[in-house]
Design a protein around this ligand. Structure first.
Ligand code: ADP
Ligand code: MG
Ligand code: ZN
Length: 606
């Protein structure tokens, strides 16, 4: 009801965006549109492209932050054609460079690269073209190490500069320059010499990595002057997000979904492990969905062949581990399905974001069950490369992902973007009917209730009983509900003053409150394994006393709608027959499944 009372703005807080200034018509506007249509064969600009190209043509230094697939390349390729001289593009990966150069040449745009795999005769020819009075190349691609290490290249740049033929420097994936970026490359640091050696030549830098710290580093190291910033929202308006609770395996449900909704459409199904991929792909084929697995355990030749066939639409469904997707640019991926939970909200954003690069309506489905969380934790624990600290970080990321999956109230876009530092106004999601997220679609079916009193009573219970042994979340809830269970009697928990205090409450609401207290670190869960199966016990968390001894409040949202309340997974495709009977239902799994079905969530108001 008060969802709109949050701050109304959208975009990156404290980040300037200069695009407004460049939204007008210029003398060059007509020819700019002509090049867009004739040369690139594109109908219209995507958000921010026009403004960035305008600023570029006005000789400004630019910093461009735009999500992957947003269309950053056009922002420098189009001006390169319109401006006299050579545009020098610095990009970190040879594979990306060859790909770009091939695409440009196919459009009849003169582009070349000088990576180490270019033959002597080819590079001689390139140098020759560059030394002509009117250089015969519009775009020249280089790796950063070439700029800092190759004398011939420096001489060539100096020559162009002296003849006034250096149009612009483009630094792609510019976050590589910052130690704060996730992909720091020392060679990028050398790029400071561009400004010192070629003073007035404008620089445009591009990235999809969002932090302000990276932005500041870039501006300082490159010594950009009165830089124009173009900070585009990371929202992917054409992707519809939906989380589906799964019971047991989702194979049948997913196959049914693909067959009915995406015939002959390209998509990716992400799995947890290599063996999951192989098995799922087999099952799909038996169910009439042609699919192939893709993972790091296959030999390179086979894997490359599969990727190629998929890119060429020779088959449509690729069943992959997260190893798949980096640097893959297939514009018409219509769906991304997560067969199990991703490692973090960021990972989810990236992986689901491989859908819909062409801007057409596309779908992201996350098939969620808490059982997968235990499996993922176990895989991480078995990873010998992970020290205690990284493991903790991973667990924390995973916890946030669980919170995302179990949240049935907040906007899916809002929850993702807040992780990237962007504030998103939910109204945009609600108003975009074609791709509004599942939670926004159900927005009027929930109401918020305050449960502070119950939360504190549960805290008291945990505090009092956890000193004398390990107890599960389910056990604590049973005591609170006043259940007559053997273990409760044996331990004497039926004599606790709060035994039965929660009797009038819905059991799943009790689970939900405990779950929220764990997510807020008021309580803490710890996992032990009985054979392969995780059992989760709870104890006091690091925020316990902060919550317990203060007047912090806790609210949860509960579903008003009886129908939804009772609803099983949103997609009801005979999951029963694929129910995984091999795994016994442990207490934790049981508890969480209930709380998921409950479809409510909570917020701690400190
Ligand atoms: P980024 O570098 O931001 O990840 P790219 O420049 O590689 O994105 O572009 C991603 C895809 O979008 C490419 O297939 C490109 O051809 C396409 N594209 C870019 N601009 C437009 C546009 N204005 N209209 C349609 N498609 C576009
Ligand atoms: Mg790019
Ligand atoms: Zn939404």
């Amino acid at each position: 009801e008060n969802v709109f009372e949050e701050e109304p703005q959208q975009g990156f807080k404290d980040r300037d965006d200069d695009s407004e200034e460049f939204r007008k018509d210029y003398e060059h506007s007509e020819v700019m549109m002509e090049v867009l249509h004739q040369k690139f064969g594109l109908r219209e600009f995507r958000p921010h492209q026009r403004e960035i190209i305008n600023a570029s043509l006005m000789q400004h230094d630019c910093f461009v932050l735009m999500p992957t697939g947003g269309g950053k390349s056009l922002c420098y390729q189009l001006p390169a054609i319109l401006m006299p001289g050579v545009t020098v593009v610095i990009s970190p990966l040879r594979a990306l460079i060859s790909d770009q150069v091939d695409k440009l040449n196919a459009l009849d745009i003169t582009a070349a690269h000088l990576c180490s795999d270019v033959s002597k005769s080819d590079s001689d020819q390139i140098y020759m073209k560059l030394s002509m009075r009117e250089p015969g190349i519009k775009l020249l691609y280089l790796t950063p190490e070439k700029i800092s290490a190759s004398r011939i290249i420096i001489d060539m740049l100096n020559g162009l500069y002296q003849r006034g033929k250096l149009a612009r420097f483009v630094i792609d994936e510019v976050h590589c320059l910052s130690q704060w970026g996730h992909d720091f490359r020392p060679d990028y640091k050398q790029l400071g010499l561009l400004r010192s050696n070629y003073g007035e030549v404008p620089i445009i830098c591009l990235t999809a990595t969002a932090t302000k710290q990276v932005e500041n580093d870039v501006i300082n190291i490159l010594n950009l002057r009165s830089v124009k910033r173009f900070i585009r929202s990371f929202n992917r308006p054409n992707i519809k997000y939906e989380v589906i609770n799964k019971k047991g395996k989702a194979t049948g449900a997913i196959a049914g979904l693909i067959k009915s909704k995406f015939p002959k459409k390209s998509g990716i199904v992400y799995c947890l492990s290599r063996s999951d991929c192989d098995r799922l792909a087999d099952d799909f084929n038996q169910m009439g969905v042609k699919a192939k697995p893709y993972h790091a355990g296959m030999n390179d030749k086979v894997r490359e062949a599969i990727q190629r066939e998929w890119m060429q639409d020779r088959f449509h469904v690729i069943v992959a581990t997260i190893a798949f997707g980096m640097g893959i640019d297939k514009p018409d991926v219509r769906f991304v399905i997560h067969n199990s939970i991703p490692k973090s909200v960021e990972a989810f954003y990236q992986e689901s974001g491989r859908a819909g690069r062409d801007g057409e309506v596309s779908y992201s489905y996350l098939f969620y069950s808490y059982g997968d969380v235990g499996r993922l934790k176990r895989l991480m624990q078995m990873d010998r490369n992970m020290n205690k600290k990284t493991l903790e970080a991973h667990n924390e990321n995973l916890k946030q992902m669980v919170s995302f999956a179990e949240n049935v109230v907040d906007c899916r876009r809002y929850m993702q973007l807040i992780h990237l530092g962007e504030h998103f106004n939910r109204r945009i999601c609600i108003e975009n009917a074609a791709t509004t997220c599942d939670n926004c679609q159900n927005i009027d079916k929930y109401k918020t209730i305050e449960v502070t009193k119950q939360a504190k009573e549960l805290c008291t219970l945990v505090k009092d009983i956890s000193g004398n042994g390990n107890f599960t979340l389910l056990h604590v809830a049973d005591v609170y509900k006043g259940a007559k269970i053997k273990k409760i009697m044996e331990k004497g928990h039926n004599r606790h003053p709060l035994y039965g205090a929660g009797a009038p409450m819905d059991k799943t609401d009790v689970h939900r409150i405990l779950k929220e207290l764990i997510l807020k670190h008021v309580l803490q869960d710890f996992c032990t394994y009985t054979g392969e199966f995780p059992v989760v016990y709870i104890r006091l968390g690091k925020m316990f006393y902060q919550f317990y001894n203060s007047d912090s409040r806790l609210t949860i949202s509960v579903c008003n709608d009886k129908q939804i309340r009772q609803q099983e997974p949103l997609l009801r495709v005979s999951s029963e027959e694929f129910e995984d009977k091999s795994r016994p239902a442990t207490a934790s799994k049981e508890v969480i499944r209930h709380s998921v079905q409950k479809q409510n969530t909570a917020k701690l108001q400190a």
